[in-house]
Design a protein around this ligand. Sequence first.
Ligand code: UT7
Length: 328
Amino acid sequence: MGIKMIGIGKCLPERIITNDELAEYIDTTDEWIVERTGIHQRHVATTESSLDLAAAAAEEALEGIDKETIDLVIVATITPDHVTPSMAAEVKMKVGLPNAVAFDINAACSGFVYGLWIAESLMKGSAAEGSATNGMKRALVIGTERLSRVTNWIDRGTCILFGDGAGVAVLENDPGAKGILSTYIKNYDDVKDVIHCRANYVSPPFHEDDETPVPLYLNGRAVFKFAVNAMEEVTVGALEKIGKTLDDVDWFVPHQANGRIIHAAAHKMGQPLDKFQISIAKSANVSSATVPMALYDLQRSGKLKKGDIVACMGFGGGLCAAGAIIEW
Ligand code: UT7
């Protein structure tokens, strides 16, 4: 019984902010940003909501698929439009998925891979076999973000990194397919608070300790080090479960946080860089959306062939990390 990917979609806001344009607001240069991150530009929403981005990507991913057959919608995001309703409930309604169960998850930049893990767990097996999986046949796993809403636009050390966008995968439970071969999920305590962002709540007059909202903060160097180690750990962890090694992987699709992180991870894992999908130049770091967007870019490039082994790798705030091995 396999959970395979039968559709994939991506949506970026129309407005592009180049490094040169950013340099009009903060003390930076295109050269510094490109050299330290590999980022040339990012897309930033001017009118689009997180829902608009997610729904447009979902419509593309669902092309040719009967919407009534979608049983599950999982949205991974750290920038939902609302606290309630969930993004997933809104996507279900906007796209028109009458039979879907819908909920959100927050696993920061690992969110999409966590979503694959949860969807797979809910889909594999079937109600008829007496499992607890409800026999879900098809699912949407979505990463959507408007990071521009939480970015500290006056901090040159972080605002250069982020963008907005959405990526979506449609999963199908197909007894004859291989699809998702294994997943490996890991959480580490963020004892030094290296990534955090306070929620934008009201301050009730009855609470003494509420803090004012603060935009996204990160300790870049600490995250960098964590990311390189975590990516290897979760990828090897997922591969070991199925008796495979890094050399068996045809394509690595990592979270796009910094081009140098991807280079360092490739080096640490002893893998050639041309096996890594690098999409960061044009769309920057879009947290939960980067892995499905990069997977989309790889698939649309025509390089991905049936039977290829793909390793999706996420890491981010929490701290968390996740790997998923997929036979395409
Ligand atoms: O999804 C997970 C999210 N987090 C990440 O992905 C972050 C991972 N970390 C990184 O990507 C890198 O650490 C950064 C790109 C954030 C920073 O690169 P770095 O090589 O670690 O630079 P740094 O923070 O150590 O700063 C070096 C210098 C500093 O100047 P001084 O103190 O040496 O004079 C900074 O003030 O570079 C300066 N600097 C900048 N200069 C021009 C920092 N940001 C900029 C900037 N333009 N945008």
